[in-house]
Write a new protein. Sequence first.
Length: 509
Amino acid sequence: MRLLVVASLLSLVIAQPALAKQRKAAPNPPIASEQSVNSAAASAAAKAYLNVIAELDDDPSGPRLNAVVVVNPAATAEAAALANTGVLRGRTVLVKDNIETRELPTTAGSLALAGNATYRDAPLVARMRVAGGVVLGKTNLSEWANIRGSRSSSGWSGVGGQTRNPHAIDRNPCGSSSGSGSAVAAGMAWAAIGTETDGSITCPASANGIVGFKPTVGLVSRTHVVPISKSQDTAGPMARSVTDAALLLTAIAGSDSADPATAEADKYKTDFTAGLPTANLKGVRIGVLRKQSGPHAGVNRLFDHAQGDLIAGGAILVPIDYDPPGEMFRDEGLVLRFELKEGLNAYLAGLPGTPKVRSLTDVIAFNKATPEELRWFGQDTFESADKLDDRAAYEKARANSQRLAGPEGIDKLLADNKVSFLIAPTEGPAWPIDLVTGDHFLPVGAGSLAAIAGYPHLTVPMGAVEGLPVGLSIIGPKWGDKAVLEAGAAYERARTVTLPAPTFKRWSE
């Protein structure tokens, strides 16, 4: 069941969308990239996506993906009205439920913020609308973007329940942008917007078999986005192709005077789709982070095949022997907790209306008084963060972690090996959903390097292990977003594996 916003923004009611009689395959995006789109076609596309959401999320006889928590009933009319506006031309976009939109509540998945209608757009959403994008609805997420406590199950929130992976509905979609990844893979929208602090766009994109792009921190505004870390937070596109992700990034990127990190964004904002159709890898040197491919034989076979495709596409691969320093992760943990306390306190204190909570301390107390919030896992990270007040230790940790990930990490690896990008598998295949003991990650990937440094990180599907998707990570230097997207588009064309389609069944069936 889903909260459906009706005539007045003040009125939230529980509604049951019409149930589809027959399960359909996930549709191809009904709107192509032409410069002009018929209003009726745009409206019909939005309606078709809403029907898919009703079928795959709500129908008791369907897979019940729990990917979307609320839909915009005005989406079909808005799509028609925007069919010839901007670069998006009435395309539908699902927005992660920690990003504010004027017509829908923003909860971060927490019952403490249930019904939190702010009646304002995050600047990135406002930019998307100006570019002709339509907010189709809000997606479920790992509650509080997976920062509340350890032993969480990615994709679970008090508001939305457990999101499922459309490739195997008993498998985890990864998080925290779990609903965005699951929904795009299932064909519920043209694209979606996720957010990442460390892995929260790239992991669900990999696990659900779609493209996900974490931009350079500061390319996209974070204003009116429920925060974790001013150092690492960013929103980014999740889509079924690199071109679609680049198109959505073109719409949402840009400077915001309320977010100092974006001061240079307008300098680097561009048409990120330009050059993608002809991008190639001939003569491009790419560093292969072999140790970061992990121990799983199936993942390593896919990675070997992807390397063969890159070589066939003209790339020159350079093996790199790299072990990330443990102190980088240690210091990142302190930075995230310290910035969570400051950022969330400021965000909650500034909310319009009369929310139930105004500080991290309030949230902790609310959770203790709400048994359903703490049934599956606790809030030890919240409690630890709420006690932090040593600014000098935080500033030292921030400088050290960013130095190790950026100048002495990605920058040094690129320069010393004379390569333009770094590659590794993004994550392992999806693990079984386990609310009792939590997530079961494999030691795969190098995404934390890009997350801590704030550098761009793209994941592109490279195949599947036993029907479970795995992505290829492409990491580049700060503000190298366009070049990373071009490399991803070139790899898409060179890729020779057959990608799996969602089964909407249990993996074990």
